[in-house]
Write a protein that binds this ligand. Structure first.
Ligand code: PRX
Length: 653
């Protein structure tokens, strides 16, 4: 029986130092780390100077009532003044805020001055509709500019937005509207997805059957499809916002004024409403956008995520706008109308910073490197990854085929709860290791601890914790302070428990190992899913892998792997041999202890709508159980696909 909280299995020797010219001009240097270590509060006071305050804060952190933090508590600000007005006042009104690219190919460049005018109109319109500071507004939209305008208009008047991802069902939308006490909803007729208009408004209508308190629905016309409008309740955005004045004086709010609630699914039970507040959040995302991406004035920045997730909030909207950056925003899917769409967009706008999820990278691996090779990607200078552990092989593929062997990849670990990057290489300083998130960013303090909450030694695995408060941290769960305390602050005294497994390697660098709920216990060894998945993905035939523990009479749990093969180099005759080959591969990469009992070749994996693999459902399959809750699945047909797949190919060897 092993005493380790989590075994350290995989060893990775590849190293990528920062390019010399990037290091020479980098925003963050080794000194930045030293500065933050020497004076934690002083460091954050300095970062707070990146933003414009109505009243400057005299206090940095108030931690007198843990775990309820206050940051910059006596400061006041308007978050949208920081994102818009101040850039226009500084003479940058003509700078493009977003290059919008619609899926059908329509485009629009919106400048900071134009965005300010749009947001002012929408803020006036919302006020006219009776929305006041502190009221909650739900936003259920496609990836279009009006979504940004709607969020900023709420924030400008102190209303709290709760953006619900457009792929969620009517039920999910209703649950969030009810939990948050929403009275106004902003939506659209639909958005464009996979080459066709996809309606949104019917889901709102269905949701509102359960939500009698919603008195107004504003509807943006995007697709022009037939849309039912309820008399008195539903209004076209253009009719209301179009009429409003484009002049609006922003009011300052206290730093701890609520900004948004973002719902994130707990592993069980009802979704958690993560609450972020204006001051600390803005300082956190402004600083990290600048630091992690080494953001410069002439960068063209693209976070290829949906605004409905925290990544969109922090790194499509608030972080880039507060820095006055020029961003790209794309409405649709990566394979519409062809599998090179992303690379075409990068070539067209000369994107220099790309930020996306490992699930996208593994999909591109599956499609083959010859697709990006057709485009000019030489404008890229920073690549980011977020959302899941990035397998070393996916990291190297990303760096090689998208970064043309020279562009640093920053693997950023954070959560809806943290609001901002927490662990990530700094591109001008860190010698990166494929698969490692490396170190806490300057100003953040994390550790890996064992069951008793003591830091583990280098070379060992355990639980990831955050040791000190940070400005963009969640303040509570909406309406449920006790659940906030129980979920994050009760497992280890005085430490924020992130729910992730992690290890420190021999140099003390941090590797994320997946959710602790997914940890497997094989013959008394606690093993993470991530390392075995990464070993599988390191085989040239494998694009994607998911590993789960299934109960086993001999070993307690046994490893069951699901793999997707790459589409290039298919050898039609390999048949069942691939299973044997992959099992041997894992034995060589890690050792016999990690050898999967079963390996199943599948076409798709079940994923959440934000692209995370749902191992819980795979466990149900591996243990021949009735499937659990599938409502958060991106595409529920994949479970049938997997089952059919298994029926035709026994899966076992
Ligand atoms: O398990 C970690 C994983 O995603 C979780 C947070 O998910 P969410 O709140 O949806 O936010 C995603 C965007 C920040 C974490 O607890 N995760 C996120 N980034 C990484 C990661 N796991 C490993 N490496 C990462 N870079």
């Amino acid at each position: 029986m092993s005493d380790d909280a989590l075994s350290n299995l995989l060893h990775e020797e590849r190293r990528f130092p920062p390019p010399a010219d990037l290091a020479a001009n980098a925003n963050v240097t080794a000194e930045t780390y030293a500065e933050a270590d020497a004076d934690f509060e002083g460091f954050w006071a300095k970062q707070a100077e990146r933003i414009s305050w109505g009243t400057k804060p005299t206090q940095v952190l108030d931690w007198s009532n843990p775990p309820f933090a206050k940051w910059f508590a006596d400061g006041t600000l308007n978050i949208t003044y920081n994102c818009l007005d101040r850039h226009v006042e500084a003479g940058n009104g003509d700078r493009v805020a977003y290059h919008f690219e619609g899926e059908p190919g329509d485009t629009r460049a919106i400048t900071y001055a134009e965005l300010l005018a749009e947001v002012s109109k929408a803020a006036n319109a919302l006020t006219e509709l009776g929305v006041k500071s502190g009221d909650r507004v739900a936003i259920y939209m496609p990836m279009i500019l009006e979504t940004v305008v709607a969020m900023l208009a709420c924030a400008r008047i102190g209303a709290v937005h709760t953006v619900v991802f457009g792929g969620f069902s009517a039920d999910a939308l209703a649950d969030r509207i009810l939990d948050c006490g929403v009275e106004v909803v902003i939506t659209a007729d639909g958005g464009n997805r996979r080459g066709a208009p996809s309606a949104l408004k019917p889901a709102v209508d269905q949701a509102l059957e359960r939500c009698p308190d919603v008195h107004t629905v504003l509807v943006v016309k995007r697709t022009g499809q037939e849309t039912a409008m309820a008399d008195g309740r539903d209004k076209w955005w253009d009719d209301v916002v179009g009429q409003a004045s484009d002049q609006h004086t922003p009011e300052n709010f206290p730093a701890e004024h609520p900004l948004y609630v973002m719902y994130t699914s707990g592993s069980t039970g009802k979704p958690k409403g993560i609450l972020h507040t204006v001051g600390g959040y803005l300082v956190g995302v402004t600083y990290t956008t600048w630091a992690t991406f080494d953001l410069k004035d002439d960068d063209v920045y693209w976070t290829a995520a949906d605004i409905g997730w925290v990544t969109g909030h922090s790194y499509i909207v608030y972080g880039p706008l507060a820095n006055g950056a020029t961003s790209v925003m794309y409405e649709g899917t990566p394979d519409t109308p062809h599998q090179g769409r992303w690379w075409e967009i990068i070539q067209k706008y000369k994107v220099s910073i790309l930020y996306c999820a490992p699930t996208a990278i593994r999909t591109f691996m599956k499609w083959g490197a010859e697709i990006p090779a057709k485009y000019d990607l030489s404008s890229l200078r920073i690549l980011g990854s977020v959302g899941e552990p990035i397998n070393p092989e996916a990291f190297v593929w990303y760096r090689t085929h998208i970064g043309l062997d020279q562009t640093p990849v920053v693997d950023t670990w954070w959560q809806t709860e943290t609001g901002m990057h927490m662990i990530s290489p700094m591109p001008g300083v860190s010698e990166t290791k494929p698969g490692a998130a490396m170190r806490a960013i300057p100003g953040v303090v994390v550790d890996v601890v064992n069951d008793e909450g003591h830091p583990v030694e280098n070379g060992q695995g355990g639980y990831l914790v955050v040791s000190k408060p940070w400005p963009a941290m969640l303040r509570t769960l909406w309406g449920d302070d006790q659940r906030y305390v129980d979920t994050y602050w009760s497992r280890f005294k005085g430490l924020y428990f992130a729910g992730d497994g992690a290890k420190k390697d021999d140099d003390g660098d941090i590797w994320l190992l997946g959710r602790v709920d997914d940890v497997m216990n094989v013959s008394g060894h606690r093993m993470s899913t991530t390392e075995i998945e990464s070993a599988l993905v390191s085989h040239p035939r494998v694009a994607e892998a998911a590993v789960v523990g299934a109960s086993d009479p001999t070993t307690g749990q046994a490893i069951v792997a699901f793999v997707i093969l790459r589409s290039d180099d298919v050898d039609a005759d390999e048949g069942a041999d691939i299973v044997k080959t992959l099992r041997n591969h894992v034995r060589t990469e890690i050792g016999p202890i990690a050898s999967p009992r079963q390996i199943m070749v599948v076409e798709e994996l079940p994923k959440t709508r934000s692209g995370k693999i749902m191992r819980r459902l795979l466990r149900d399959i591996a243990e021949n159980r009735e499937l659990g809750d599938v409502t958060t699945l991106q595409d529920s047909s994949v479970m049938n696909l997997i089952k059919d797949n298994l029926a035709t190919s026994s899966g076992e060897d």
